[in-house]
Design a protein around this ligand. Structure first.
Ligand code: MTE
Ligand code: LUZ
Ligand code: MOS
Length: 752
């Protein structure tokens, strides 16, 4: 019996990179990082550090045999700084020593002197100075300039959402093992094994086939290991190739928080126009993304911001502009939602402000403008199989929201120092990588002579249960028990040119490839079965059910084991490789039009909060959700993804506050100063999955990883409503997160 990943986790038996047995001669690396946000390196003095007992070597940019560039989208990021540093925490050197403690100690003894240059940390300031990663992009639909004339109400405003630290439980880690013939084996906690392989090969000036990257599982990624696991793995690889001994690098929590990028903070200006019935006629928005010091994934994230500028609403006239601003912060990066949440927050802020101007409940405007079948997104794709209204209506019916609203009003009427409020948050999230070429995957399936099965594919397990879904796919394809199937580590020698496990399509893409490979083997097996049955039937008449061969729908004597061993004896192929590419996706960046997504995921949440109006403290007391999940491959996993996503989204919106000082040093660099939701702050979450079928999905399922995070935005606006129930005059621009401190100030702020 092969236990599932889930069983291993439940037993505490799952192995992470740092748990693996350490080989003899293992050395440890620790980077030396910039202590200033922007400057030129004048001198690096290694003397004292090199003399520290246990230090083996210290590597600088000049020790890199190949390219120092680790940038993926743009060649603007170096592994080790050469002349200039552009953020606090940027690696300048790597100390290699006999223990992690020695490496860290010695790193503190490396003296780097700089001549400081002016630094900028704010997106609007960077924008004013023309510090852009790339020129702005604009998505548009209809004619906004014309449409203002038909509006009865026009409101303008600004909105801002803050950064978010990933807080994956497993910090960044990699171990590199030198092999014969100048090859390397790298165990890395990355969402992008092929990117790690490619960057290391380029950095060491060797062929990609000399670098094997293996990933067993991650203790969480959330996007933080899509691009930013690469540098640490490259440092371990550089060190291992230089000293010819295995080298491990593992960041401690505080360093990980200080040195790695986060969800992008965004600033935005908006203008929204409605007619007097509440129909939104026009929406204009400009997003200023704080990219940090280098491009990283910022431009892809910015693009997704534009794709989701209209969220789950139809607005006939839209102009959305977005620009990625270069600042002297650590490069901000992928984080669950990938720029989508930042866009949706601004539109909700605009709707709330418009509702105040019209003196109606924001929910009225939300409902009235929900997307409908066939309506066009600003990027040219029509909404197909649109579930926006269905989710909204089902949420109201199933959870009796009208009654709940009345209960809240009654509660507020008789509680002067406690206020409740409920806000709705509809979502619509596009599924596919917006970089079309990434929408491909490979799988390699082996059936062994004992009937057990091995599956390799490009999906990285990070807690989202993708291995379980892949296992399910193979089990369904062969109609055999799941315990016969092992999903292997994610390995670049078995699977080439993998896309990152990201964009919520890890299961979709790799599951489809697994299904195709399994079907190829099954086709061979059916031919064998026909022969075993005396040749009186056709392969099309053969099926597998519960580990038994069926012919014309009737069970035969042939078991799975028998079929497999006969196949082997008759020299039939029991291994297959398959490639899958999502059909029909494309995007034309000259016209900003196309069909970038295979499909959309819809949903709607009602988030209820209770605010203590004496203290400003609050609880999210209830979250009710109707989520468009398709035909689930693993209902318990999908439920967990929705719950986890909501809590992570609520954290971003209400309690997680990233602060830097005026020199770009992270102030909130530990879990005592950076508050994330815990089990005590997690609300009751009721999730109802919409029955449904998704023809564009893997076995009619829908991707689930990222979309639920955006339900958390409802938490911010529920707090806004609760504050207004206490202090009706309070008006302010939407600036997230809404921490208890801010709630307290808002409760007692007057309109003066
Ligand atoms: N769930 C857990 N437990 N841990 C994670 O790191 N990452 C999220 C989501 N759910 C994550 C998670 C993100 S950002 C993505 S893109 C998807 O899972 C990736 O996995 P999938 O494509 O298999 O859904
Ligand atoms: N990563 C990426 C992503 O490279 N492209 C995407 O479109 C994307 N979307 C969501 C999350 N990660
Ligand atoms: Mo997720 S942000 O696509 O890793």
């Amino acid at each position: 019996m092969h236990a599932s990943d889930i069983d291993l986790h439940a037993q505490g038996a799952a192995i992470f990179t740092d748990d693996m047995a350490e080989p003899a001669g293992l050395l440890h690396a620790c980077p030396v990082v910039s202590g200033i946000a922007h400057g030129l390196i004048e001198r690096i003095d290694l003397q004292e550090a090199l003399e520290y007992p246990g230090v083996v070597t210290i590597l600088l940019a000049r020790d890199i045999p190949g390219s120092n560039n680790i940038g993926n989208a743009a060649p603007d990021e170096v592994l080790l700084a050469e002349n200039e540093v552009v953020y606090q925490g940027q690696p300048v050197a790597v100390v290699v020593a006999e223990s992690a403690a020695i490496a860290r100690q010695a790193a503190g003894l490396v003296r780097v002197s700089y001549s400081e240059l002016p630094a900028v940390f704010d997106a609007r300031m960077a924008n004013a100075q023309g510090l852009h990663i790339a020129p702005p992009r604009i998505f548009s639909l209809g004619d906004v300039d014309q449409a203002w004339q038909s509006c009865d109400v026009i409101v303008e405003g600004a909105a801002a959402s803050g950064a978010q630290e990933h807080v994956y439980l497993e910090t960044q880690i990699a171990v590199a093992y030198p092999l014969e013939n100048d090859c390397l084996n790298v165990v890395s906690a990355t969402q992008s094994p092929s990117m790690v392989q490619r960057v290391i090969a380029r950095m060491l000036d060797c062929a990609m086939h000399q670098v094997e990257v293996d990933v067993v599982r991650l203790g969480g990624g959330f996007g933080g290991k899509e691009e930013q696991a690469t540098g640490w793995a490259a440092m371990a690889a550089l060190a291992a190739s230089r000293v010819k001994q295995p080298v491990k690098i593992r960041l401690n929590r505080d360093d990980d928080m200080r040195w790695t990028g986060k969800r992008h903070p965004y600033d935005a200006d908006f203008k929204i126009g409605l007619d007097k019935t509440g129909k939104i006629l026009a929406y204009e928005v400009c997003f200023y993304q704080n990219a940090g010091a280098v491009a990283d994934l910022s431009l892809a994230i910015l693009e997704r911001t534009l794709f989701h500028a209209g969220n789950s609403y139809f607005i006939p006239n839209v102009r959305a502009t977005a620009v990625s601003c270069r600042t002297n912060l650590p490069p901000n990066t992928a984080f669950r939602g990938f720029g989508g949440p930042q866009a949706m927050f601004v539109l909700e802020a605009a709707i709330f402000k418009a509702a105040a101007a019209l003196n109606v409940d924001p929910a009225r405007i939300q409902q009235q403008n929900l997307l409908q079948e066939g309506r066009q997104f600003p990027y040219g794709m029509p909404a197909q199989d649109c579930r926006a209204r269905l989710c909204w209506e089902k949420l109201h019916d199933r959870f009796g929201l009208e009654q709940r609203q009345r209960t809240i009003e009654d509660f507020n009427a008789c509680h002067s120092l406690e206020k409740k409020a409920l806000a709705l948050m509809p979502i619509c999230f596009g599924i596919s990588f917006t970089a079309t070429f990434l929408n491909q995957a490979d799988a390699l399936v082996h059936v062994y002579t004992d009937g057990s099965v091995s599956v390799s594919c490009g999906a990285v397990e990070m807690g989202q249960g993708v291995k379980q879904k892949i296992r399910r796919i193979a089990a369904l394809a062969f109609a055999i028990d799941e315990t016969r199937i092992r999903v292997e580590s994610t390995n670049t020698a078995r699977i080439a040119n993998m896309s990152p496990t990201a964009a919520s399509c890890g299961a979709d893409l790799n599951g489809q490839a697994t299904l195709l490979a399994s079907q190829q083997i099954l086709q061979q097996l059916k031919t064998v079965a026909v022969r075993l049955l005396g040749g009186n039937t056709e392969p099309e008449q053969i099926s597998m059910q519960q580990e038994q061969v069926y012919s014309n729908g009737q069970p035969t004597e042939i078991s799975w084991n028998k079929l497999v061993s006969e196949a082997y004896l008759s020299r039939s192929a029991l291994s297959a490789h398959a490639h899958y590419a999502t059909p029909q996706v494309f995007f034309d960046r000259n016209r900003e039009q196309g069909r970038p997504f295979a499909y959309h995921v819809y949903g709607c949440a009602a988030v209820e909060v209770t605010v203590d109006c004496l203290r400003g403290t609050y609880r999210v007391t209830d979250v009710s959700i109707v989520h468009d999940g398709g035909r689930s491959l693993a209902p318990a996993i999908d439920r967990g993804q929705v719950e986890g996503g909501v809590v992570q989204g609520l954290g971003w919106m209400t309690m997680e506050e990233i602060l830097y000082d005026d020199r770009g040093r992270l102030l909130t660099d530990s879990l005592t100063t950076y508050k994330i939701p815990d089990i005590y702050s997690a609300p009751e979450i009721a999730v109802e999955f919409l029955d449904g079928d998704n023809p564009a999905g893997l076995m009619h399922s829908k991707a689930v990883g990222e979309p639920p995070l955006m339900y958390g935005i409802g938490g911010y606006f529920a707090l806004v409503k609760a504050i207004r129930a206490f202090n009706p005059g309070w008006q302010a621009e939407a600036i997230a997160p809404m921490t208890p401190e801010k709630v307290l100030l808002a409760l007692y702020e007057c309109d003066c």
